[in-house]
Every structure is written in structure tokens, then in C-alpha cells.
Design a protein. Sequence first.
Lengths: 411, 264
Amino acid sequence: MLIFVGLLVGQGFTTAVRLYSEMSGGGDGPAALPQGLTPLDGIIVPTWGAYDLAATLLFPFVAIRLVSAEKESGALKLLLQFPGSLLTKLGAKGLALLLGWLVAWLPGLAAIVLWKSYGGHVNGPETVNLLFGHLLRGMLAGGFAVAAASIAESAASAAIVTLGFTVGTWALDFVSAGRGGLLQQIAGYTPTAALRTFEHGLLQSNTVAVMLVVTLAGFVLAAIWLHPGRTARARAGWTSVLVLLLMVLSIGGSKLRTSWDKSENHRNSFSNADEQLLKTINSPLKITVYLSPEDPRLMDYEQNVLRKLCRVLPNLQVEYAAGSQTGLFENAADHYGEIWYEINGQKSMDRSTIEEVVLDQIYALSNINVPERQQSDFPGYPLSVQPAHAAILFYLAWPLLVVVFWWVFRH
Amino acid sequence: MTEPVGELRLGTDTGFSGRINYHFESLSAELEQFFRVENLTKTFGRRKVLSDVTFDIHEAEVLGLIGPNGAGKTTLFECVAGLIPAVGSITYRTRHLEQSERKRALFYFADGITPWPEQRVSWVLRFFRSLYSQSTRRLDELINKLKLTELLNSRLATLSKGERKRVMLALGLLTPQPLLLLDEPFDGLDLRQTRDVMSLLREERVAGKTLMLSIHQLVDAEKVCDRVVLLNNGTTVAEGDFTKLRVQANLSEGGLEEIFLALT
């Protein structure tokens, strides 16, 4: 896994640096607006995207092996008789997995160092936030895989269950997009969606809480099912209790509203003046969106407006009212494209998905004067540079290092 | 501990002086009830694999569990060790042991397992030694007696069946629990190794360890065991030393094979 991670990181990093360089005006092309060039989006997230792939397709199998190998070799029979509870032993395995996951981070960290050595900019808080997201993502993958390995008869069955779960979360993510309601709320906690919030520079207490609870539940579930000495009835009983607890804790965790915008360009927040004013609105705000899930305007609206509003307004209700999937064949009578705002029975409609226009609508409904807005002071960090030494580091030095360490460890 | 029921005074002419309080009743009770397996029943689906299995294990004895293939020997061991659920009770010195408590009183070593196959023998032995805080001397002693020196650098997966069995025996004997359950300890060993292991197990018994061995070779059982439990079709057919079993089988002479055939 370590070798593959290095290769994936290398591929992600070199591609990202080349693209970033092009967008910064390298290769004699036109440069993008500097404000749009953030190393988090341009370099760190795509490079560390390798770890999302690893947490989905590689790391679970390492975790499965950790449990299944002991079941198949008979070591489990000894392990169960060792001092200490099974949960403690699984906790130790979890720590070993965590350590392994952190070791696998070395190429990713090397990429950040390499980017710095090119003269690239790295913002500490948003980068640490992203790494924290990947830490939780890895732990979540490990927790689920350990649970699957404990329940399934063999490693192969556990792998099928884990892959099925992953594909299921992808499907949920896809199906629930732009639908609103409970389904979209649940989909907000799938591993990919949860990681996305960290990639946007957002640290949400509810995302962290749910990820930790689910990870812990995976290990507890493993402790319930791994011990062959438990009767089927005891297993079913304890599993029911755990599922109930998981639901209560997850629902409780999802209610947490505290979040921190760690992004350098404050992409998850309105301006200070706007946020202060929005916090004075105590009445519930209902937004009815007549945009279909596949309409790019809905994506803009969710990313630029709704995500920020959710952080500031505790009484926000969003209803997705479009009747079709694409919106291409909606009738004018179906209100397609309209976005309705309602506060204290007063309603207004607009079709814009631009932040300032939406805020003005809300202020008008709340009888609040529009504040003076200042331009963002985020300068952007264009950098035209080639990924020097990256190929040697990731495609040669790292695999060699892994092989040498493996050889030394074996002998 | 109960109050002493009497006092034995030793005169100076014996070469000893002082007194020994004796507790014959309690001693006898404890001897009889070191471990007791009572009405152990195990079913897999509708198939009853063990049915009201009851027997005693005395302190510092080698007890053989004898039975044909499919008699339920391994299942019995796993039930006693608490590795699989079963109905019935296990008591240790008159105290009922819950399933989760049994690992404190006994250790079970299954047959045919290869734990941590990629690790070296020396690592596995050291791991067990440190896990149970055994002395290096004790480990060295077992390595010598089981002739493991040449295997120390080998990985467990590369060992032959007999070599692996000797390593597993060493691991089992590193456990500090008063009772050790060994499933087929002589399986895979050649004649000389079998004799050496038997000798080692007898030494361990003399040192105070209680052993229960599942053996399908009756000749081996006869050589190493103080008493045996005969298991057939998941039930205890007989239990006792060979003299008692001969009486039970109405045989004036003959070995365990004849006894087994007569009783099953």
C-alpha cells in the first residue's frame, strides 16, 4: 500500500503543479485571476486526493487483513485468552492502523515540503484542517473494515461488504444531491461528502462528531461479533443496542452547529459585516428552490450561499421543489429557476444565485439595511513552476525507501 | 481456608520438630473440585454435539480426553475455554467460572493453528514470555527441552507440522494458568519427539501444572495420563484411572484400547 500511495501522490502532485502553473500564466497562456488561485484547491487537495482513493480502495484491505488473518491462522483463539478485554485489543489494533495510516502520509507531507521549496504558499490552518479530515477519513475506513472483517466469514467476504458500502455511499451521495430533506442530510456524512467539507477549509463539529462516533461504533461492533463465545442472541441484542446508541449519538452529533472556517480566503463565510447582521435575524427563514439536482446553478447556489447561510442562521429551512432531474423540460408554470425567500410570512422571489443579491433579498424581508461591503483581501498565490524532483522522489526514492525498510524489517 | 480439623505433632526423634495442621476434609474437597465440568451441553443448530458432559479435573494431574473422531473433543475444549457458548457449568475450586473468567484459570491451545505465520519463532516465544512475565530461564529451559534452538530464526509458516507443534507446546507451557488444555499434543511428532514431550509434560505435572490432553492415540494416552475421560458421541462414557476403568469395563487385564472398546 505504501508504494502505491507514493505513486498516487506523485501523480496527483505533478499534475496539480503543472495545472496550477498553467493557470498562473506559465506556458505563455493567459493567467486566471490571482484571487482564484489558492494552493489549497490547486495543489494540496488534488495531491492529497490520493489518500481518499487509498482510504477507499487500499487501506480497508489492510484493516481487514489485520482481523481476518488472525481468524484464519487461529491466532484469534489465543488472542481471546490473553489478558485484557477484546475491545482493548481491538483498540490496540486500531492504534496500529492509525500509525500505519500516518506512515502512509509521508509522501503527502513530502509533497507539501516540495511545494514550499518551489516557493509555493501553504496556509497552516487550512492545511492542518485538511490533514485532520484525512485522519478521520482513514479512521472511518479502518473502523468500518474492522467491523466487516469481524462479521464476515472470510477476508474476501469482508472485502465485498466494504466495497459494497463504499459504492453505496457513492450512490447515496449522487442520488441525494440537490434533493434536500433527510436523504441529503444523511448523505452529508458519507466519507466522501464529509471529507469534502475539510477540503473546503471548513471544520464542522457535527461532521467530526459523526465520523468519530461511526468509527468507534465500527470497533465496538467488531468486539461484539469477533468473539465466537457469544451466542447469536447476545450478538443480535448487543448489536441492536449499539445501533440504537449510534443513531442517538449520530443524530445528537449532527445537531451540533459550531463550525470554523479555516480557509484562508474565508470561502465558507460571508463578510464580517454580513455575518453580524444575519445573526440578528431570529425569525425562521424558509427558502424554496426551484432548481433541479443537475442544474449547475443549484451547485453554485449551494456552495456560495446555502453553505454559508447554514453556518450563520440557526432557523434555516431549505425546500427543493423542482419536479424533474435535469430541469430541461420544466414548464414556466412550474416556477422553474425561481428561488423564494420567506420570513415571518413575507415572501420574495429572485432567480439569482449570487451571494450579494441573495443577502439583499433576506435583508429586505427582515427590514435590515444593506451593510457596506468590502472587497476580499485575499491576494491569491499564482506561481508558475515545474514539478522539479517530484518524479525522482515519488517514483524512485519513495518505492526504494519502502522496499529497503521492508527488507530491513524482514531480516 | 477452613479451620484445621486436627494437629499432627512431630517428635524430635523424627528429625523434624513443630506441627502440621491438617485439613483432610477441605484438602480432599479441593482435590476433588480443582476443576469440575458439569452438564456441559452444546448444540450446533439441531445437532447436539455435547450432551451433559460431566467430569472432574484433579490438581497436578495429566488427564486424557479420549474419543474417536467426531466424539466432540475439540468442541468440548473450546466450550470449557469459553471460546464458544455452551450450556453447563465450569467450577474452579468450587467457584463457578463465567465464560469471561475462564481465561484467568485455564489456557487452551488448539490443534492445527499457525498464529502469526510471518513472525519468527524467537519473536513469538519472546512475545509470550513477556506477555505472561515469565523468566528468560524458563523460556531457555523450554527451548532446550523441546529442541527449538535451530528453529528460532525460522518463520512459523515455514515450519513442518511437528516443528510447529513443538513451538505451540512451548507457548502453552509459558502460560501461567493452573490448567492447560492441549488438543492433540503428539499429533505430527515422531516417536522420539513424542517420548520427549511426554517426559516434559510429566515433569510439568510434577512441578504442579495440571494438564488435560485430547489424544486419539490410545497408546500415547496410556503412557502419559494419570486418568482419562472417555468421550463418545458427545457424552462421557467413563472417567477414572486405568484400574477403575478396567473394573468398570469388567476386564481383569488389558490396556486402554480394550477398555475403550468394552465401554463404547
